[in-house]
Design a protein around this ligand. Structure first.
Ligand code: ZN
Ligand code: ZN
Length: 121
């Protein structure tokens, strides 16, 4: 069986060297998100403890921020409607956070991550 690495180092590495190869593969809410790297064939599974979304930058105030179910619904919608537009904007394993962005809705998502896991094929 392929080993599982319990570390954020791998997704950090993917993000640093080929961020465009990271794609959002699957949502298993309430708490799991699966990202695939098409360059190194790794699957990164994130355990999410918090999800917030921000409307387009013009309204980047606290009013534009939503959390919880609403953010999850937005992200589900993006994944279903235009998966290719979703990209990884930021990975910060020290802060345990990952940022996603939807190029279609110009919406950004902030994930607080409780655990990083990486599976290699
Ligand atoms: Zn990679
Ligand atoms: Zn979208």
């Amino acid at each position: 069986m392929a080993p599982t690495f319990h570390s954020g180092a791998f997704i950090q590495q993917c993000f640093a060297s080929h961020r465009l190869c990271l794609t959002l593969k699957k949502l298993a809410f309430p708490e799991k998100i699966l990202l695939a790297c098409t360059s190194c064939n790794m699957l990164h599974r994130l355990t999410v403890r918090a999800l917030t979304t921000h409307a387009p930058a013009a309204r980047a105030t606290t009013e534009g921020a939503h959390g919880g179910d609403e953010a999850a619904d937005c992200l589900r919608h993006c994944l279903a409607a235009h998966q290719a537009a979703l990209g990884v904007r930021e990975v910060d394993v020290l802060q345990d956070s990952v940022g996603l962005r939807c190029a279609e809705c110009r919406r950004s998502y902030d994930l607080g991550v409780a655990a990083f896991e990486t599976h290699q094929h």
